[in-house]
Design a protein around this ligand. Structure first.
Ligand SMILES: [Zn+2]
Length: 222
């Protein structure tokens, strides 16, 4: 009696950041080859699809607390101004002390692209912040917004507090000690409507990464 050879076929997906294979059955959060997070993989796809391509040669981008891999991609097509509320680790020449709710250092209609990828997760007052992003974008400019999957749900409810963290959490080590940082739950319906109210025409794009859906708001300034 011969044992039948069992061939276990593992469905795979492709890492959009490096092109390597991702297991679908036992997906790793970070790509085993390039270490890209689901968000970074998904951003690479958004970028490669030409969804944030500039409309003219000397296009300017404001990148709010953007991670390096995404900045490097954006810098191939845009002149970048990096900005962050705390610290200067978001790229050379980072404008520090920038609150997305007013974007005070920046003039009206001064950018063609604003990215906030993993920023609004922590913003108390998103509607005010959408208005300030609209202010600094030129008409026709694009706002790229991503909020982590576990904070972004279906429905129309307004944002609500998830929990409050402090700089003792490793990924918040750049935040001054004792400054509380809260995260918020969002809904796709509320976010879409709030972007419309702030003067955008938003498109929602969802990628089904093996570890969970990645939701993007690509909001064109009216
Ligand atoms: Zn990869």
């Amino acid at each position: 009696m011969t044992a039948k050879k069992r061939i276990h076929v593992m469905p795979i997906a492709v890492c959009d950041s490096c092109g390597g294979a991702l297991s679908v059955e036992a997906p790793l959060f970070h790509c085993a080859l390039c270490n890209a997070s689901p968000r970074r993989r998904s951003f690479a796809r958004i970028f490669r699809e030409g969804r944030i391509a500039p409309q003219q040669a000397d296009a300017k981008a404001l990148c709010i607390a953007e991670e390096r891999a995404n900045r490097d991609r954006i810098a191939t097509h845009f002149a970048i101004t990096p900005a962050a509320l705390y610290g200067h680790r978001h790229g050379k020449g980072t404008v520090e002390g920038v609150d997305v709710r007013d974007l005070a250092p920046f003039a009206d209609a001064s950018f063609d692209l604003v990215t906030a990828v993993g920023v609004f997760d922590y913003v108390d007052g998103a509607d005010r912040a959408f208005a300030s992003v609209a202010r600094v974008l030129r008409p026709g400019g694009l706002f790229v917004l991503h909020i982590l999957g576990h904070l972004m749900h279906d429905g129309d409810a307004p944002p609500r507090l998830n929990k409050t963290l402090f700089s003792s959490d490793t990924w918040l080590s750049h935040v001054p000690r004792d400054v509380p940082v809260s995260t918020f739950f969002y809904t796709i319906g509320w976010t879409t409507q709030a972007l419309c109210d702030a003067g955008f025409a938003p498109e929602v794009v969802r990628h089904d990464d093996p570890v969970g859906p990645q939701t993007w708001f690509l909001a064109r300034r009216n």
